[in-house]
Design a protein around this ligand. Structure first.
Ligand SMILES: Nc1nc2c(ncn2[C@@H]2O[C@H](COP(=O)(O)OP(=O)(O)O)[C@@H](O)[C@H]2O)c(=O)[nH]1
Ligand SMILES: [Mg+2]
Length: 203
């Protein structure tokens, strides 16, 4: 898929203020600092579209970007920076859970996983929560440029093994690096495929 246009639409503090539109939507979520905003910039080819932050936990809004005037990419706040004393429910903010459960045009939620880390409890908890709520999602292992291909394979295998403890079938799985731009075509093609099934012509 060719990206012909990408423009910031708005930042919303909750789902009620998100764009009133039924264009197909694809959102990115994961722990703070995993690379969500960088990936959106890499996919669109616009280096400064989404704010990349050196400080984790900065984006607290739902950010909509309109692509090719026919679908949305959404940059969501990261999770995982709540204090240890807080419950799991609070870790995934009401704002994010309401958006995920109620946004009808959300076609796929991309869950980003840092490929350098051991499987993180918070990611697994979140993925299992998506499963129990039947939210369509895919996984993207980020920052692959920081690992050898052997370590990357090992890291992915370790994560899959954890998932097989609770899942019979795995979701679609991608790898990406904003440095080597690996993953860009695969992720955009996947979005184009879903767009096609929902009646949006491959623009
Ligand atoms: N080496 C490398 N660094 C990355 C990659 N993606 C993101 N980063 C860096 O990770 C940090 C957090 O990125 P950001 O996109 O703001 O993460 P977010 O909090 O999930 O939106 C920034 O310093 C990015 O430059 C990647 O693929 N490779
Ligand atoms: Mg961000």
């Amino acid at each position: 898929m060719v990206i012909r246009s990408a423009k910031f639409v708005k930042s919303s503090p909750h789902i009620g203020l998100c764009p009133d539109s039924d264009l197909p939507e694809y959102a990115f979520i994961g722990r703070s600092n995993v690379g969500k905003s960088s990936l959106i910039n890499m996919l669109t080819g616009l280096k400064t579209l989404a704010k990349v932050s050196g400080t984790p936990g900065k984006t607290q809004l739902i950010n909509h970007f309109e692509i090719n005037e026919s679908w949305f990419l959404v940059d969501l706040p990261g999770y995982g920076f709540a204090k240890v004393s807080q419950s799991k429910r609070e870790v995934f903010s009401d704002m994010v859970t309401r958006y995920i459960l109620n946004r009808e045009n959300l076609n796929c939620l991309f869950v980003l996983i840092d490929s350098r880390l051991e499987p993180q409890e918070i990611d697994l908890t979140f993925i299992n929560w998506l499963g129990s709520n039947q939210i369509p999602f895919a996984l993207i292992f980020t920052k692959t440029d920081k690992l050898s291909s052997a370590s990357l394979n090992c890291s992915i295998a370790r994560f899959k093994k954890k998932l097989y403890e609770t899942w019979d079938e795995l979701p679609p799985l991608f790898t990406c690096s904003t440095v080597t731009r690996i993953g860009r075509d695969d992720i955009l093609n996947y979005i184009a495929e879903i767009n096609a099934t929902t009646g949006v012509l491959a623009k």
